[in-house]
Design a protein around this ligand. Structure first.
Ligand code: GDP
Ligand code: IMO
Ligand code: MG
Length: 433
């Protein structure tokens, strides 16, 4: 059976956790394919709130196997903390979660370097989550990373660690004036995690493919978002992995023919955490209301998210680089606040108009948004259960976004709960469900 990719269409925090959880009811496996615990995916079930960082959002369903794929970077201490938390809540994560042996490890020097590099950048800092993500992916690309499988072979673990530490300690002491790290201390800590993590070690590529061959369905759950993609985002203000749909293939070990659905998750406005260009960014009273009404504070770092009007240039671009079959539009309820809404349909820069994402970073930094104004609906829509029962202005807004993004909006979310989701087109992920 073909797989479905769930990908953030903006700068992260679009509601991927909510969408994945909702759709996972009909699936068998939920696979995280990139990123690490820089992600924070919120799932709300009844009165219970789950903030997931590494564990896939399918964990709430007993029939789903949550998988951490090859492309993810894993901090063993964090993953154990998250597993323990979910264990206390009765979800049996130790018996269910599978981790690829090829996933790279986040080491203590990655976390330390993430902090030091940011500090050294001063005003030019990226505003990373300080979880060691960039340094861990850099080591992977430089072929000096340690992988999840290495935790279970002490000799190899120590060998690789000592080799890596030669360079890391030079960097820490010579550039950053820090004390060198001890291989023995790190080995003791990390190898100490191995026993509890061993049951999770899995050949996830084999698991994914035997599952597909047996007719099971898979959701590939993205972290971050398209504009944070290392290749396609607003570089250098990006993360160090590939959240886009192509990254799902490499990160899980699939080919394009294994996937038949790519669902773009997009807020009805835009947010961003950390530094970088943001053409439709707002400040003042409107921003304040959007932030407060939308609860726009980071799930991982608690930082206040920057907010702005919906940007159709970004949406069109995200559709191009991911090839969306559907959009899952979230947080429409947050816009009930406003008398009128603005939608950015193009950018203007030095007398030129750009309907598509500009090719040069400077243009994105200085782009003036060209806005269309639409009437608001000024009614609470959080209890609406059918799309047709939304106020006409809300439907007109959704339909305009759909037209501008050039991808069909299949789901409209009007609150964080599963029940607060309106289905516009009944196209089940798994035929017959
Ligand atoms: P993710 O990283 O893409 O999974 O998104 P986050 O969980 O970091 O941030 C999305 C936030 O919006 C979470 O607090 C969700 O509970 C919440 N949320 C999701 N969908 C909706 C919605 O339609 N309306 C409202 N008001 N909140 C939503
Ligand atoms: P989810 O999966 C929003 C941002 C950081 C920073 C940049 C690089 O919850 O949508 P990193 O620590 O990855 O090196 O930081 O990326 N960032 C996110 N922003 N949501 C996320 O994840 C993010 N993960 C990283 O704020 O600007
Ligand atoms: Mg998030």
């Amino acid at each position: 059976m073909p797989a479905t990719i769930i990908v953030g269409a903006q700068w992260g925090d679009e509601g991927k956790g909510k969408a994945t959880d909702l759709l996972a009811d009909a699936t068998d496996l939920v696979v995280r394919y990139q990123g690490g615990n820089n992600a924070g995916h919120t799932v709300i079930v009844g009165d219970e709130v789950f903030k997931l960082h590494l564990i896939p959002s399918g964990i709430l369903y007993p029939h789903v196997t949550p998988v951490i794929g090859d492309g993810v970077v894993v901090d063993p201490e964090v993953v154990l903390g998250e597993l323990d938390g979910l264990d206390e809540r009765g979800l049996d994560p130790y018996g269910r979660v599978k981790v690829s042996g090829n996933a790279h490890l986040i080491m203590p020097y990655h976390r330390e370097l993430d902090l030091l590099i940011e500090r050294r950048l001063g005003k030019a800092k990226l505003g990373t989550t300080k979880r060691g993500i960039g340094p861990a992916y850099a080591d992977k690309a430089s072929r000096v990373g340690l992988r999840f499988q290495d935790l279970f072979d002490e000799k190899i673990f120590r060998q690789k660690l000592e080799a890596a530490l030669v360079h890391k300690n030079e960097q820490l002491s010579r550039i950053y004036n820090r004390l060198p790290m001890s291989a023995d201390e790190i080995a003791e800590e990390y190898l100490g995690y191995a026993e509890r993590l061993r049951p999770l070690l899995t050949d996830t590529t084999d698991l994914i493919h035997t599952s597909l061959e047996a007719g099971r369905h898979i959701i590939l759950e993205g972290a971050q978002g398209t504009l944070l993609d290392l290749d396609h985002g607003t570089y250098p203000f990006v993360t160090s992995s590939n959240p886009v749909a192509g990254g799902a293939l490499t990160g899980a070990g699939l080919g394009p023919r294994h996937v038949d659905r790519v669902i773009g998750i997009t807020k009805a406005y835009v947010t961003r955490v950390g530094a970088g260009p943001f053409p439709t960014e707002l400040d003042g009273d409107i921003a304040e209301r959007m932030t407060e009404h939308g609860g726009e504070y980071g799930t991982t770092t608690g930082r206040r998210r920057r907010v702005g009007w919906f940007d159709a240039v970004l949406a069109r671009y995200a559709n191009r680089v991911n090839g969306f079959t559907d959009l899952f539009l979230t947080k429409l309820d947050v816009l009930s606040e406003f008398d009128e809404l603005r939608v950015c349909v193009a950018y203007r820069y030095e007398g030129e108009t750009y309907e598509h994402f500009p090719p040069h970073q400077s243009i994105i930094h200085h782009a003036e948004p060209v806005y269309e104004t639409m009437p608001g609906w000024k009614t609470d829509i959080t209890d609406v259960t059918r799309y047709d029962d939304l106020p006409a202005e809300a439907r007109a807004y959704v339909e305009r976004l759909e037209e501008l993004a050039d991808a069909p909006v299949t789901w409209v979310s009007v609150g964080p709960k599963r029940s607060q989701t309106l289905v516009r087109r009944d196209v089940p992920l798994v035929p017959g469900t």
